[in-house]
Design a protein around this ligand. Structure first.
Ligand code: SF4
Length: 391
């Protein structure tokens, strides 16, 4: 079902089901539909999904266990003072919820994910496991040269896993599909920034999360359908304040936290939730060497998160201030996972710059299984009121 036949409720119901399904039935069915198909899981924050797709595999976003899974075994593998996503990812593995996954990609985010990649290799030796190390030097002749080599190794690993050669044309075909998907993702974000009452973030978030777990062409159609269906809805415009969320790029907050911020009188008009599908901000060129094209786009046109080094200290926070202005946000909620070293190291620097720019902000921490929303709602509500009264 697509186009005018699909309502917002239809689309959100599909996405919500995928969000809640920790058995990953969509990916299991996709794999079972054709002999030889393989599924490759990936963790936040950024992995070039077009390379996995070009190998004929389904990239499957693994975002921990959320707030509905009890972590029992996972806690035994880590100390207490650490974020929750590695523990719940281990739990997904040892409880066999990921037993159909043929490969796992652990991008460079922080030491926690790097260590998780080593643990996965030991715990699940039959699964192809790749630590994908994105560059921290943004000079094309240094970081670019390194990154093309890393992409080549990534491609070769996938070729070994699937037993098929990935040609340049395969890569271009997949890149074209992901370019289109990213364009539609940007369109949905722009639509929400313009008319946030028509596209609540609790819906948009589910739409984006589902996209990182399903076939890219199916998701592109879903985004098109959502834009048509959401624009046709008659939803009341409220006297809410417009805010941007930063710091939530890796471990994801529970959906109820997003809903609580909205119920407290905030329209979320920009965010860095599940940012993989917005990491590259422009189309990847379809001419020339496809891996070089991916590398150059990453180095020159990608979002800023705490897992990317900002070489010039004075540039810290410029990306966030520009994002606030572009989305028309009136304030920022800097919401980070507890014990998230990269985000918590960044927080004072970014918030300081926001403050200098006259942008009001608040900050708090969460875990993917945070259950007590009243304090969040009160904090966000007070913040919204203060912006209305004094900004
Ligand atoms: S939530 Fe933060 S500390 Fe935890 S794995 Fe992600 S980036 Fe690392």
């Amino acid at each position: 079902m697509s186009g005018k036949n699909r309502t917002v409720a239809d689309i959100v119901a599909i996405c919500q089901e995928m969000y809640e399904d920790l058995s990953f039935n969509y990916a299991r069915k996709w794999k079972a539909a054709k002999a030889g198909r393989k599924v490759v899981g990936f963790l936040p924050v950024y992995v070039p999904l077009e390379v996995i797709h070009a190998a004929g595999c389904l990239p499957l976003g693994i975002f921990g266990g959320g707030d509905s899974m009890e972590v029992i075994h996972g806690d035994a593998y880590y100390q207490s003072y650490i974020c929750r996503i590695p523990r719940s990812t281990i739990e997904l593995g040892v409880t066999k919820r990921l037993d159909f996954v043929d490969g796992m990609v652990f991008p460079f985010v922080c030491d926690v994910i790097r260590n998780l990649s080593g643990m996965w290799k030991i715990m699940f030796p039959d699964v192809w496991s790749k630590f994908f190390d994105t560059p921290q030097n943004f000079d094309l002749s240094i970081g670019g040269t390194y990154y093309v080599q890393e992409l080549k190794e990534f491609k070769e690993g996938l070729e070994h896993l699937t037993g098929r050669t990935i040609s340049d044309d395969d890569l271009r075909r997949s890149t074209k599909l992901y370019n289109e998907n990213r364009r539609l993702v940007r369109d949905v974000y722009a639509f929400r920034a313009k008319q946030p009452w028509l596209a609540p973030t609790s819906e948009v978030y589910l739409l984006m999360r589902a996209g990182l777990m399903m076939d890219v062409e199916e998701h592109t159609q879903m985004l098109k359908d959502y834009l048509v269906a959401a624009a046709a809805l008659d939803r009341p415009k409220r006297d809410n304040v417009r805010i941007a969320i930063f710091g939530s790029f890796c471990e994801q907050p529970p959906l109820n936290l997003i809903k609580s911020i909205e119920m407290a009188g905030c329209y979320i008009v920009d965010d860095d939730y599940a940012v993989n599908n917005r990491f590259l901000t422009v189309d990847v060129p379809l001419t020339g060497d496809p891996l070089e094209a991916l590398s150059t786009t990453y180095l020159k046109h990608s979002v800023e998160t705490s897992c990317k080094y900002v070489p010039v200290e004075a540039d810290k926070g410029k990306f966030h201030i520009a994002a606030v202005k572009a989305s028309g946000a009136e304030g920022v909620i800097y919401a980070t996972p507890s014990f998230c070293d990269p985000a918590l190291l960044d927080r004072p620097m970014i918030c300081h710059r926001l403050s200098d720019a006259g942008i009001p902000y608040i900050s708090f921490k969460y875990a993917e299984n945070s259950g007590q929303m009243q304090p969040i709602r009160e904090q966000a509500g007070t913040f919204a009121d203060s912006i209305k009264l004094w900004s």
